[in-house]
Design a protein around this ligand. Structure first.
Ligand SMILES: *[C@@H]1O[C@H](CO)[C@@H](O)[C@H](O)[C@H]1NC(C)=O
Ligand SMILES: *[C@@H]1O[C@H](CO)[C@@H](O)[C@H](O)[C@H]1NC(C)=O
Ligand SMILES: *[C@@H]1O[C@H](CO)[C@@H](O)[C@H](O)[C@H]1NC(C)=O
Ligand SMILES: *[C@@H]1O[C@H](CO)[C@@H](O)[C@H](O)[C@H]1NC(C)=O
Ligand SMILES: *[C@@H]1O[C@H](CO)[C@@H](O)[C@H](O)[C@H]1NC(C)=O
Ligand SMILES: *[C@@H]1O[C@H](CO)[C@@H](O)[C@H](O)[C@H]1NC(C)=O
Length: 191
């Protein structure tokens, strides 16, 4: 009788250890998945969704040297895939032609909520006055298609669970063709 009871006890203890072991392994798996998904902080993605052209003036011939000026309304999107918000600082969106800055717009400080995309319209006054490469300018303006790039560096902080904070910098690098006769933007592409 004593023998069989001792045997039973050992059996029960073994079972108990097995359950604890399974539970621990299960917890480790759950925590690893949590760590690899929810707690992993990703760099937000900043791009231009659309650009419209307003008050365009340009000339490729005549008494003046070739020029263009216009107002661009650019819709910027900040896509935040994190499980916490991304709060970013104000910064500049630079529009360039052949590497030269021809316009700047203000990206105001804002916050992209967790797993959401923040959109905002940025007004950029573009003027070809600073361009020294007159030949390239003349060629593009007379072809009717001007290639512009828009660059921005958006710095901010991702906050997870109200306490974990991490700085992240998102880069925007988009190119587009502004068709002057039609005042339209073609081939808008972002990296
Ligand atoms: C510039 O463009 C605006 C709007 O398109 C137009 O009203 C204005 O007359 C133009 N100015 C010149 C000097 O071409
Ligand atoms: C755009 O160019 C036109 C023609 O040269 C000029 O009258 C106008 O002041 C310029 N606008 C801007 C905002 O530079
Ligand atoms: C930006 O401007 C466009 C065109 O006016 C409009 O359709 C869009 O809703 C605006 N976006 C925001 C975020 O205000
Ligand atoms: C301007 O670019 C657009 C889009 O790439 C193209 O369809 C059009 O033919 C180009 N126009 C000229 C004058 O090069
Ligand atoms: C935009 O231009 C400013 C200078 O006006 C410069 O400090 C900044 O680094 C530029 N931003 C990018 C993304 O090139
Ligand atoms: C933006 O993309 C262009 C085209 O690939 C590349 O040549 C350029 O170096 C990039 N600029 C920045 C600031 O990353």
């Amino acid at each position: 009788m004593l023998e069989s009871e001792r045997f039973k006890k050992i059996q029960q203890n073994r079972k108990c250890f097995a359950y604890i072991a399974i539970f621990v392994v299960f917890q480790i798996i759950v925590l690893s998945i949590f760590g690899a998904t929810v707690m992993k902080i990703k760099t937000p993605n900043v791009r231009l969704r659309s650009v419209t052209v307003q008050s365009l003036n340009y000339s490729s011939s005549g008494s003046n040297s070739p020029f263009f000026n216009m107002t661009l309304i650019a819709e910027v999107s900040v896509r935040n895939k994190n499980f916490g918000h991304f709060k970013f600082d104000p910064t500049k969106a630079n529009v360039t032609f052949g590497g030269v800055i021809v316009g700047q717009g203000d990206i105001i400080k804002a916050r992209a909520k967790a797993r959401k995309t923040k959109r905002m319209n940025v007004t950029i006054e573009v003027n070809s006055d600073g361009i020294s490469d007159g030949a390239k300018l003349g060629t593009e303006v007379s072809s009717g298609n001007v290639t512009l790039s828009t660059l921005a560096r958006v710095r901010g902080k991702v906050t997870l669970m109200k306490m974990m904070k991490k700085r992240k910098t998102a880069q925007m690098n988009c190119s587009m063709i502004v068709n002057l006769p039609n005042q339209l933007v073609y081939d808008l592409a972002c990296k």
